[in-house]
Unconditional design. Structure first.
Lengths: 160, 767
């Protein structure tokens, strides 16, 4: 086990300087050391996607990275989606379309969908399903998640 | 959604729960932390069955940051985990100890607990504990001959028997007899949030707190108080956000007890979070049964009798539910059909696998599969269509209420209302069954492997006996509904708020619903058995009606009007004819303050308690129709079309009902095609990650057509509600099996869930 080291993580534009063991996962550090508990941990082996964040704009599993690997990278989490009181179109769409029940997987789906649509605003249905099948939801049966993401895609383009 | 709908009851309004959940401000068990807390990590058995020879904790204890390491000897005074329904002498020897004493009986059984200042250190320390186990032969098949559980006790703690009539006579008089061997695999709820428990002892108040509670906090408080030898007055449970329940979460497990005991003994808050591998081997499994079922029918295909003998794989111990799943299976197997004679025997068998208990639609997912496979087989035997054989056996709406001399969940079975034939007709018309069947025949002729499946089932909901709620209007006009209910993510707050809003005359967004808090209300049961909306909403309606009457009476004095001439609109009390002045509910609450001079002799506060009692459960019912296509090269099944028709009596929020049905369907599809906890012959679990235990993704779950009907309101409660929570999942194993079987030629070859590609490939290759 190597000694704890000081790192600075930039999460939603705010710098967090923390001292952590190199073995600590990015998900744990975001949650426990930086206090941003909106990112959830569902499996710790990269399957469920609940811990999905955007790292330099790319959706990644924060449970599969060490925090020290995220130094100098731009991290976005669910807490950073809204602007003041204005929710992100994806958040609004999830509420309007009943795309969540227990809400545990929701932050991961939000970040996955936002990351994908920022990169590819014109995703087709088949590609969208492929991307959303990267994450697991145990409550909704996905139908309303797919509906919400489609609706948000249109809103995001309109607001872009 | 801004305008007020004609009625809050029946409106598909957005959920009150959602805002914190989409903004990352939810509070799940993992988000609960207290200053100075310790982290607990379990040491678990790596063997399915063995004699515990020695445990050496010293290497773990020596690690910096480790505060304590406990084995069974350290908690010798704690009893095994008690049954929720109270002591049961016959089953008592099979209860699970909090930590293993002399034997281990499944991989994952807690052997020791490590407490450390850091979660990573706790995990290091748990790995450093040396456990010496003499491995014994593992029992992995429930139907195998019984063996010894412990000295003088076998692996069959009990046999559950139910039935009525003359089963021998029924088979003697039968024109035809159909027999099937059917198997249901081991599945479970597998919520996305693993379990978590945080124990905290507040010496200042002498209150022990358990955070991370779910499902049945009030009942668990009673059980835990008894186990810990504490007064319930000094023990409180706190439910925060719950990342999926499905029957699994919220039961009392060893870890819940350990964090409480440790919080007291170690004098620091203790936090435990389960990892995913632990969840797959430690939280309750469910479903696994093997049935040998026989039907006696007359020449027209009418059921004369059903005789079923089955083996229920309970796993290593009997947990909080006792024999509930097997009892429910026995009591609900007949489903929607008229059944003159019935006998069922369930062998409750212990194996060296993770203990089993309830998972959404326990006992029904299994028996709906078994019974509907039987109905398809009867149709085949007599040359009838699958529709016709069902029509000939359905209980008619003129036969309601229909009493059955059976018991489910401790409740005498009385089907309260239903128009089963009516729902079947609607479902067939909606999907154009005849056309679909013709198309399937044509496509099969053209070489495709396509099939249609149908399943009918009766669900149960609204388990009593009683629920209470308190409605309190604050002086600012905000309404608080304090319930003994629980939220597992199903939309409980929204639904209760809607019922309260409609009864009281306020906007549902002005209603704040409290749940899962033993410190806020003395009594409660919680959210299980699809009871929350039925029981808690009716109790909230009773309380809200009392508050309404009290507000109108007070307003009558203030407005110098007859109370009967007043109404409440959007929180404002006014004359029904619309003339001014008006007074708000908040102002009425102000007038009813204890010190208010205008209160008079009235009891202080604009608040009331309401209770709702029910004699029996209420029975919603459903029809599911599936169309599947098989890839003959791989044996993979794709669901092309899916219809769920379900009668809920009265839908409080149709959008949420639909959400329950579709979400339940997706889980059911997992159990039908993908999910299974597999073990090797030594009892080693093979499905310990989400990469081995395959849950459906957005790719596998098809679009679902949902038909919600309100043709048969419940006669058991004033609002007419029947529950929807388990209606989506209950029939899925049955309908997918029927459809896959049809695609393979309709020969009854599908006898096991999940239906794996390997099984399908073997059938195709054998043809």
């Amino acid at each position: 086990m190597s000694e704890p080291c000081e790192i600075t993580l930039r999460i939603n534009g705010t710098e967090h300087t923390v001292t952590v063991e190199p073995r600590r996962t990015l998900a744990d550090v975001i949650r426990d050391d930086c206090g941003q508990t909106g990112t959830h941990i569902g499996c710790e082996h990269g399957v469920c996607g609940a811990c999905t964040i955007l790292l330099d704009g790319e959706p990644v599993r924060s449970c599969l990275m060490f925090a020290v690997q995220a130094r100098g990278r731009a991290i976005r989490t669910v807490e950073g989606l809204q602007r003041g009181d204005q929710l992100h179109p994806m958040q609004e769409a999830f509420m309007r379309h009943h795309a969540l029940q227990c809400g545990f997987c929701t932050p991961g789906f939000l970040m996955l969908a936002v990351g994908a649509l920022e990169k590819w605003p014109d995703l087709g249905d088949e590609q969208l399903i492929d991307i959303l099948s990267a994450n697991l939801c145990r409550c909704t049966g996905y139908e309303n998640i797919v509906k919400a993401v489609r609706a948000a895609a249109a809103d995001m383009k309109a607001r872009a | 959604m801004t305008a007020k709908p004609a009625s809050w009851i029946g409106a598909s309004v957005e959920r009150l729960e959602d805002l914190p959940l989409v903004t990352g401000r939810g509070r799940f068990a993992g988000d609960v932390s207290f200053p100075h807390q310790l982290h607990m990590r379990m040491v678990r058995s790596a063997h399915a069955h063995g004699r515990l020879r020695a445990i050496d904790v010293s290497p773990a204890r020596a690690l910096p940051g480790v505060v304590a390491v406990w084995t069974a000897a350290d908690i010798a005074g704690l009893p095994p985990i008690e049954f929720r329904e109270g002591p049961n002498a016959k089953l008592a020897p099979f209860r699970q100890p909090v930590l293993a004493t002399d034997h281990v009986r499944y991989v994952g059984e807690p052997i020791a607990a490590v407490f450390a200042t850091d979660a990573y250190v706790a995990e290091d320390a748990a790995d450093a504990v040396n456990v010496d186990i003499d491995e014994l032969e593992a029992v992995v098949e429930a139907p195998a001959p019984t063996s010894e559980f412990s000295a003088g006790l076998t692996t069959e703690p009990t046999i559950c028997r139910q039935g009525y009539g003359d089963i021998a006579g029924a088979f003697k008089n039968a024109a035809a007899i159909v027999e099937l061997n059917l198997t249901i695999g081991r599945h479970s709820g597998v919520p996305l949030e693993t379990r978590g428990a945080i124990g905290r002892y507040d010496a200042a108040r002498d209150v022990l707190e358990l955070h991370g509670a779910a499902k049945v906090p009030h009942r668990n408080r009673e059980s835990l108080a008894q186990m810990l030898g504490r007064s319930p007055a000094g023990l409180h449970l706190y439910e925060a956000h719950v990342g999926g329940g499905f029957g699994v979460r919220g039961e009392i497990y060893p870890e819940d007890i350990l964090v409480l005991v440790a919080a007291m003994r170690l004098g620091r808050p203790v936090k435990w979070l389960e990892d995913r591998r632990e969840h797959m081997i430690a939280a309750n499994h469910s479903r696994q049964q093997h049935h040998v079922i026989r039907a006696a029918v007359d020449a027209e295909g009418r059921l004369l009798g059903i005789d079923d003998e089955f083996f229920h794989d309970q796993g290593a111990y009997i947990r909080t539910h006792g024999t509930r799943v097997i009892d429910t299976a026995c009591g609900t197997l007949p489903g929607p059909y008229r059944l003159p004679h019935f006998r069922i025997r369930g062998h409750f068998r212990l194996t060296n696998k993770t203990p089993a208990a309830t998972y959404r639609a326990p006992g029904r997912y299994e028996t709906n599969f078994v019974r509907e496979r039987l109905m398809d087989a009867i149709a085949r035997k007599l040359g009838l269509s699958r529709i016709e054989v069902r029509c000939r056996n359905l209980i008619g709406s003129d036969e309601m209420p229909h009493e059955r001399p059976l018991v489910a969940l401790g409740d005498d079975v009385v089907l309260d209302s239903g128009d089963y034939q009516g729902l079947l007709d609607k479902a067939l018309a909606r999907c154009d069954w005849d056309k679909r069947e013709r198309e399937a025949v044509e496509r099969r002729r053209a070489g495709e492997w396509v099939g249609l499946g149908l399943a009918m089932y009766v669900e149960k909901s609204g388990l009593g006996p009683i629920d209470g709620a308190r409605v309190n209007v604050h002086t600012g006009g905000e309404v608080e509904v304090i319930t003994g209910g629980a939220s597992v993510g199903q939309g409980f707050e929204t639904v209760i708020a809607q019922v309260c809003a409609e009864t009281l005359g306020v906007d549902y967004r002005r209603v704040r619903v409290v749940h899962g808090r033993t410190d806020r209300i003395e009594y409660g049961i919680g959210a299980h058995a699809t009871r929350a909306t039925v029981m808690t909403a009716n109790a909230a309606a009773v309380a809200a009606a009392k508050v309404r009457a009290k507000a109108l009476e007070m307003a009558a004095q203030l407005l110098q009007a007859d109370a009967a001439s007043l109404t409440i609109v959007n929180g404002s009390i006014r004359r029904a004819d619309g003339t001014e002045p008006a007074v708000s509910l908040g102002e009425i609450a102000h007038h009813l303050r204890p010190s208010s001079p205008t209160r008079g002799q009235r009891d202080p506060g604009l608040c009331a308690d309401g209770w709702f009692t029910t004699k029996h459960m209420t029975y919603p019912y459903g029809v599911q129709i599936a169309q599947v296509r098989i890839d003959p090269g791989t044996g993979a099944v794709a669901v092309e079309k899916m219809l769920i028709a379900f009668d809920v009596g009265r839908a409080i929020n149709p959008m949420l009902v639909r959400g329950q049905l579709v979400g339940g369907f997706a889980q059911g599809l997992g159990g039908a095609l993908f999910e299974e906890f597999q073990y090797d012959e030594r009892g080693q679990p093979l499905s310990v990650t989400l990469a081995d235990y395959l849950m459906p993704t957005a790719r596998e779950v098809p679009a679902v057509d949902v038909l919600i009907t309100e043709d048969a309101p419940s006669t058991c409660n004033p609002l007419g509600i029947k529950g929807a929570g388990e209606g989506g999942i209950a029939g899925v194993g049955a309908v997918i099996a029927s459809a896959v079987d049809d695609a393979l030629g309709g020969n009854g070859l599908i006898t096991k869930l999940p239906i794996t590609p390997q099984a399908i490939k073997a059938i195709i290759d054998g043809q």
